[in-house]
Design a protein around this ligand. Structure first.
Ligand SMILES: [Fe+2]
Length: 448
């Protein structure tokens, strides 16, 4: 089968290996039962067969630079501590005291010499080994022989992204990520800093979040304001293990948009971000994207940045990567946008949406804040901003586009219950969704 969408040529500029298409994977044409979006039994099967078996993005290396730096990662009813040990290696432990089961780390990130349980102040080294049992002499030694250390899990890092797995038999992280690992490594996210982190609650199944972020098909309807600055029918690549990517060409109107000539205010902003004065720009909207690519190459040379490793498309566009099961990362030479979708511990019709921006600080005059970041965002990376929490029913205030998604997803969720809906009918434009659900189904097997 030939996927028609993959013939859409979105590239302006010279050929580059990065732009090469991945070999095709045929995920068939079936439609899954919509109960996967609300059935507690499906949710339970996901936990037993998928979440506890796969790799999970738990932290970014930017938050774990020095020994003692730790991040708490919660998923469903579990909580983990990811920490850089004194040997400079990353470790991960269940965030639970072996004494009475209390949570140990209560803050979302921080720096410690050792961990202390808040209940009876048992102490643990960064590697999870017990270093103090309070009043140890009051325990029968055979009680303590059951084990007093924290329980550790697999923890591996690739491209500044830190993953854990509860499965001791999971393949090495880099093998599992496949080509996606090398692609993201190009952006060197380990040298970026977290400059924004917001965690909001949405009234939908976590897969509804993934599905909405994995396709551009809905832009014309939900985000019509993007049509003047963004192509929306673009190359999709799917990789083994549920991974995928898509190109999101910026500064290029969608073919659906009637005016392909005018350098509209949205394109003007993108030109300005690249250091081009829109007032003196003489091209049309058709020329803007190539002009931005050229301007960024020129500016990179001035600032001593190695942009030779990037294709033209990488300079101007967002390249978005889907990392199975619950992450999408929008990659730019200047920054990474991380979207993470976390299931609610008990309610299949709620998820937590983590929105994290990693930014490369550049101490250069005239290098302006980027991609619509407001002027008051501190981009120096000197202070790690707190996680901002937004409860259910409150607009996340993540910008116009994401707020539009947050309003729509509960509406889609409601429809999943209808006796008149038999399951999603995915187009080629939604090929990444089909690929993601096919991988999920492989994990679940005959459980559902
Ligand atoms: Fe959207």
């Amino acid at each position: 089968m030939t996927f028609g969408f993959r013939g859409w040529d979105i590239h302006i500029g010279t050929p580059h290996p990065f732009n090469d298409r991945a070999p095709e994977i045929d995920n068939g044409t079936a439609r899954p039962d919509p109960s996967r979006f609300y059935d507690p039994a499906f949710k339970a099967a996901e936990w037993e067969r998928m979440w506890t078996k796969t790799w999970l993005l738990a932290a970014v290396a930017a938050d774990l630079r020095e020994p003692g730096d730790f991040v708490r990662f919660d998923i469903m009813t579990e909580s983990f501590i990811i920490v850089r040990d004194t040997d400079n290696k990353l470790k991960a432990h269940y965030n639970v005291c072996p004494h009475r089961g209390s949570r140990i780390a209560l803050s979302e990130f921080g720096t410690v010499d050792q961990f202390a349980c808040p209940f009876h102040s048992w102490k643990f080294a960064l590697d999870g080994k017990n270093v103090k049992v309070t009043d140890a002499e009051t325990f029968d030694p055979e009680v303590l022989c059951h084990g007093t250390d924290m329980t550790s899990v697999r923890c591996e890092s690739v491209a500044g992204l830190v993953f854990i797995s509860m499965d001791p038999d999971a393949p090495p992280l880099k093998d599992w990520l496949g080509p996606v690992a090398d692609h993201i490594e190009l952006y060197d996210p380990a040298t970026m800093n977290v400059i924004h982190h917001k965690r909001s609650e949405w009234a939908a199944n976590w897969k509804g979040g993934v599905d909405a972020f994995y396709e551009l098909y809905h832009l014309h309807s939900v985000h019509p304001q993007t049509q003047c600055v963004m192509d929306d029918r673009t190359q999709i690549d799917v990789y083994p293990n549920g991974m995928s990517r898509q190109f999101v060409p910026f500064a290029q109107p969608s073919p659906r948009f009637p005016d392909q000539e005018t350098v509209n205010p949205g394109i003007q902003m993108m030109l300005a971000d690249a250091g081009i004065d829109p007032a003196t720009f003489e091209g049309t909207a058709k020329d803007s994207r190539a002009a931005i690519q050229a301007a960024k190459r020129k500016r990179a040379a001035e600032y001593g940045l190695d942009y030779d490793r990037f294709s033209d498309t990488q300079l101007s566009d967002s390249t978005i990567y889907g990392i199975f099961p619950n992450v999408q990362i929008g990659c730019h030479p200047e920054a990474l946008f991380i979207h993470r979708f976390l299931p609610h511990p008990t309610d299949p019709e709620r998820f937590t949406y983590d929105n994290i921006i990693l930014f490369r600080h550049l101490d250069a005059p005239g290098y302006r804040a980027w991609m619509g970041l407001s002027e008051d965002v501190d981009t120096t990376g000197l202070i790690r901003p707190d996680v901002v929490h937004v409860p259910l029913g409150v607009a996340p205030e993540l910008g116009e586009v994401l707020d539009q998604d947050s309003e729509l997803l509960p509406i889609v969720q409601q429809g999943a219950h209808s006796r008149g809906f038999k399951g999603p009918l995915w187009s080629y434009q939604e090929g990444r969704l089909r690929h993601f659900h096919a991988e999920l189904d492989r994990y679940l097997g005959d459980a559902v």
